[in-house]
Design a protein around this ligand. Structure first.
Ligand code: GLU
Length: 449
């Protein structure tokens, strides 16, 4: 490894010891960039790497809200405007009990390279709160979102920073956040948020985009391996927006999701999830996001409590689509032993670094990284921004086609970047290199600040 790269990783380990997720993502991305630093001594001179691991700006704020019984609560809010070299800051908001600086920073860093890969002009950002949406009423969520936006609105804008959803933040939350932004600013600036409802400037296909994009990316991997999606059986974790989109697009293209895992265990449905089962999942999730067992009860299929489906043999593709560090070394060993050929990450950083490197080292497993595979979500957010600024609406077919092209291109530039540095078909390194190159060059050309 290049000595400068090594020294910056070492620095991050020391300086951010209390933020293991952030250290993990920096190690993962920078472990691929040595050849670029070797080829560009001017980057070291301009200290590009050390500047890259420091957010341009990150702030925390207080969010007070009243519950339905008249009790006041105090939560913490964050926004991390990580890197704005190639476009306005862009990235989601996560509302989850376990959110703290390290999670927001890891997601913001990852977002910088992911957004770069989309080919659209978007910088990297992330934000959120340790607010726990579980069991909250609509009115409580509304009051929380209004308070959150009251603290945030001065620091965002269509050309400044454009938040969106992430875990715990969907269409409902974006609606309340936008309502409060409009009320405070008194202008129609709907390009300030993405993932909006269709009645006020949301883009068709945005809710499904991450899952659809992941399946389009999978199709490109299969094409490269002289294989097709037809008849493929897929095991996923997570059945939120993203997992649901994977199920739907897979079914549409003649494949099927035969396993899916939730917080309480996993489901095995050999016929695959399609048709009205997709609607049932939406209902089940709305009633209780923590349990997928009702699906097994309804359709008379197998439910394995308290376990993950990593290691099952009767599938062709694994797609972890739940959350970070879902697949550890123990699961990776089972995956390698299963003989399944395709390991396609979907959630942000779903694999620990040791497990990811272990899987990459296996002969006969193709590994694809989440920052490329899930980039269709933010990619369609970029398309939503374009529609908002031009005051026009694209049809679902138009957006879907642009999404597909974007995923084809992300796969292509990743494969080419790895090829260029003599790494073969290494999609993990390729995505890191391709995403990094554009950001590094933009920072370099804009001078040191
Ligand atoms: N939170 C999503 C992600 O991880 C979407 C971000 C966005 O649309 O801005 O990429």
């Amino acid at each position: 490894m290049n000595a400068y790269v090594e020294s910056v990783i070492e620095y991050v380990k020391q300086a951010h010891a209390s933020e293991p997720e952030f250290v993990q993502t920096v190690e993962e991305v920078f472990s691929s960039v040595s050849p670029i630093i070797d080829a560009h001594p001017e980057y070291e001179k301009a200290d590009i790497l050390k500047r890259m691991v420091e957010p341009e700006r990150m702030f925390t704020f207080r969010v007070n809200w009243m519950d339905d019984n008249g009790n006041w609560h105090t939560n913490r809010g964050w926004r991390c405007q990580f890197n704005g070299a190639i476009g306005p800051f862009k990235g989601g908001l996560r509302f989850q009990k376990n959110v703290y600086e390290g999670i927001i920073k890891f997601l913001g860093f990852e977002q910088t390279f992911k957004n770069s890969l989309t080919g659209l002009p978007m910088g990297g950002a992330k934000g959120g709160s340790d607010f726990d949406p579980a069991g909250k009423s609509d009115a409580e969520v509304m009051r929380f979102c209004q308070s959150f936006m009251t603290a945030l609105y001065r620091y965002i804008g269509p050309d400044v920073d454009v938040p969106a959803g992430d875990m715990g933040v969907g269409g409902r939350e974006i609606g309340y956040l936008y309502g409060q932004y409009r009320r405070l600013k008194g202008v129609w600036e709907n390009g300030v948020l993405t993932g909006k409802g269709l009645t006020y400037g949301g883009s068709l296909i945005r809710p499904e985009a991450t899952g659809y994009g992941a399946v389009y990316y999978l199709c490109e991997v299969l094409k490269h391996e002289n294989d097709t999606i037809e008849g493929k059986r897929i095991a996923i974790s997570g059945y939120g927006n993203v997992g649901w989109g994977i199920m739907k697009k897979a079914a549409e293209l003649g494949a099927k999701v035969t396993y899916f895992a939730g917080p309480d265990g996993y489901i095995h449905d050999p016929d695959g999830v399609s048709g009205e089962k997709l609607d049932f999942i939406l209902e089940m999730r709305a009633k209780d996001p923590m349990h997928c067992k009702p699906y097994a009860d309804k359709y008379g299929v197998e439910f394995v409590p308290g376990a993950k489906c990593w290691g099952v043999k009767d599938v062709d593709v694994y797609m972890p689509a739940a959350t970070q560090n879902d697949v550890t070394m123990e699961s990776a060993e089972k995956i390698a032993a299963s003989g399944v050929k395709y390991y396609i990450e979907v959630a942000n950083m779903p694999t620990t670094n040791d497990a990811l490197n272990f899987l990459r080292a296996q002969d006969g497993i193709v590994v694809a990284p989440s920052k490329a595979v899930n980039a269709g979500g933010v990619g369609v957010s970029g398309l939503e921004m374009s529609q908002n600024s031009e005051r026009l609406v694209w049809t679902a077919e138009e957006v879907d086609e642009k999404l597909k092209q974007m995923m084809v291109n992300i796969h292509k530039v990743s494969a080419e970047a790895a090829e260029e540095y003599g790494l073969g078909y290494d999609l993990v390194a390729g995505a890191n290199i391709a995403g990094f190159k554009k950001v590094a060059q933009a920072m370099y050309e804009q001078g040191v600040f």
